[in-house]
Design a protein around this ligand. Structure first.
Ligand SMILES: [Zn+2]
Length: 259
């Protein structure tokens, strides 16, 4: 299996979720013999069919229970466990996604919890180690118990902000990452209390200096502004290479070649 990062869409927010102008399937890492699926939102299995074998997924990371990030988690577990027949795989997520709260039902259905080998509900700072991979939950300021991810791998650390507003602790959380993927809802300096705009991504990338920055999780305004131009502006401000995610985009984790 090549060691690579594959995007199954670049969409976020309610309007983009509903319209599927771009996909909301999240992204997949194939690394050290593991297939890790991050944030399988609505349509994840459909978006995946041209790029990966969904059944070969070993680990799912769901950053929070909002549907644009979590909707297809049960479908992916169904695929990877042969409808629950073969108990295998790990889910790493939040308390609301796995256990639910007084207010919210869990997204993970009981039958699929039983089909998994393990499910871990993390708070920021918590870690789960699987073989050579270390999953570290990073902090967020969203409107729920969302976590981001710092994934330590034999090829370096990969960061994912998930949905959050910008706050200075993110710099510490993602410092030293080789690749950082930031969810950017809005273009330019259009600040929003629970999400990044392009200016926030530029600040994070400038302070952390990954070899590659990737923006994803686009809302409608971002798509209208054209994420490719936004990525170019962010790149200039941050002084690093920045790509806008698109369905089917692959990054070779050994060479950082993007195709
Ligand atoms: Zn969210």
């Amino acid at each position: 299996m090549p060691e690579q990062l594959i995007f199954l869409g670049s969409g976020g927010s309610r309007v983009v979720l509903a319209s599927q102008i771009v996909g909301t399937g999240g992204f997949v890492l194939q690394i050290a013999g593991y297939q890790v699926w991050i944030d399988p939102g609505p349509g994840a299995l459909v978006r995946a069919k041209n790029y990966i074998r969904s059944r070969q997924t070993d680990i799912i990371f769901v950053s929070h229970h909002h549907l644009d990030h979590s909707n297809d988690v049960n479908a992916v577990i169904d695929a990877m466990t042969l409808g629950g027949e073969k108990k295998r795989g790990i889910l790493i997520s939040t308390n609301t996604t796995i256990n639910g709260t007084e207010k919210d039902s869990p997204v993970l259905l009981k039958a699929y919890r039983e089909a998994l080998k393990d499910a871990y509900a993390l708070n920021p700072g918590d870690k789960v180690t699987v073989g050579p991979l270390v999953f570290i939950a990073t902090p967020t300021q969203h409107d729920c118990d969302a976590i981001g991810l710092r994934l330590e791998t034999p090829l370096g650390a990969i960061g994912y902000t998930s949905n959050t507003k910008y706050f200075p602790e993110l710099v510490e959380a993602f410092k030293g990452c080789k690749i950082i993927i930031a969810d950017v809802l809005r273009p330019g300096a259009e600040k929003w209390p629970t999400h990044f705009c392009s200016e926030d991504a530029a600040t994070l990338f400038k302070e952390t200096k990954p070899q590659i920055g990737i923006i994803a999780g686009f809302g409608l305004k971002m798509l209208k502004a054209n994420p490719v131009w936004e990525a170019r502006d962010i790149s200039k401000k941050a002084g690093i290479t920045v790509y806008a995610a698109r369905e089917g985009m692959k990054i070779d984790l050994n060479t950082l070649f993007v195709s």
